[in-house]
Ligand binder design. Structure first.
Ligand code: ADP
Length: 240
């Protein structure tokens, strides 16, 4: 495999300008970046720097003002809403800061959701969801609803839901923002182990340098631009 083959996300001159009344907010001011398959990539920067806007563009949740975004060779900036919804369903998993579980559904039913959208058979769906909940240590909570679980448990359901359908790319926006330090490590260790086991690619938005330490590739964002990029684990390996 040559270097080009292993690039899963390729972004060229990405700009996002919001217009509110007569005011223009330049949220992304020209981003060029590439993310490799199997990488944990952290979009790292202070509040208001443009991280979530960038993640939303990469995940096909918002349209760029200008620029190109290719994911696995597909130009998602050129897709219409239906194509995007389809692409997201088949390629992406999401972990949210506020978990975003459906409150009326049990842990099991929440984890089954991505497979329902993909038309997976009921028995297979249930088996896979139970297996994932077991993996994240919630075997005894499968019938619990979100309000009957702690924040850490809800986020573990969120992780099970994000990974259950084996998406090649996982997006996580401040995934531990509502969790205590101990639970933060638990959740981060679980997500990074799953990414490495599956060979998936994960993009994490964070302003916390302890979360960024999990990254293979760190992209520092300031004022809608890339301030600096680093691959700390490669540098450590090279030094050894
Ligand atoms: P971060 O995730 O780093 O905190 P954001 O991507 O949320 O930053 O925001 C970047 C900039 O874009 C901020 O100045 C923010 O106020 C602005 N912004 C984000 N979303 C919108 C929106 N929907 N409408 C107008 N301005 C927005």
């Amino acid at each position: 495999m040559n270097a080009q083959d292993s690039i899963i996300i390729d972004v060229k001159n990405l700009r996002k300008v919001y217009t509110i009344g007569t005011e223009r907010v330049i949220a992304l001011a020209g981003i060029d970046m590439q993310i490799r398959r199997g990488e944990i990539c952290c979009l790292f920067g202070p509040s208001g720097s443009g991280k979530s806007t960038l993640l939303n563009m990469l995940a096909g949740l918002e349209k760029p003002t200008t620029g190109e975004i290719s994911i696995g060779g597909a130009r998602i900036d050129k897709m219409n809403e239906t194509q995007l919804a389809d692409f997201r369903r088949n390629h992406f998993g999401f972990v949210f800061q506020s978990y975003n579980l459906l409150p009326a559904l049990t842990a099991l039913e929440n984890v089954e959701m991505p497979m329902i959208f993909r038309g997976v058979d009921k028995d297979i769906r249930k088996k896979q969801a139970v297996k994932m909940l077991q993996y994240v240590g919630l075997k005894n909570r499968i019938k619990h609803k979100p309000t009957q679980m702690s924040g850490g448990q809800q986020q573990r359901v969120g992780i099970a839901r994000a990974f259950v359908a084996h998406p090649p790319v996982i997006f996580a926006d401040e995934p531990t923002g509502n969790l205590d330090t101990h639970t933060t490590y638990e959740v981060m260790n679980m997500m990074s182990a799953m990414v490495k086991k599956r060979g998936s690619t994960m993009i994490i938005v964070t302003h916390d340098d302890e979360i960024a330490a999990y990254g293979d590739h760190i992209i520092k964002i300031r004022d809608g631009k890339i301030l600096e990029e680093s691959w700390p684990k490669q540098q450590v390996a090279a030094a050894e």
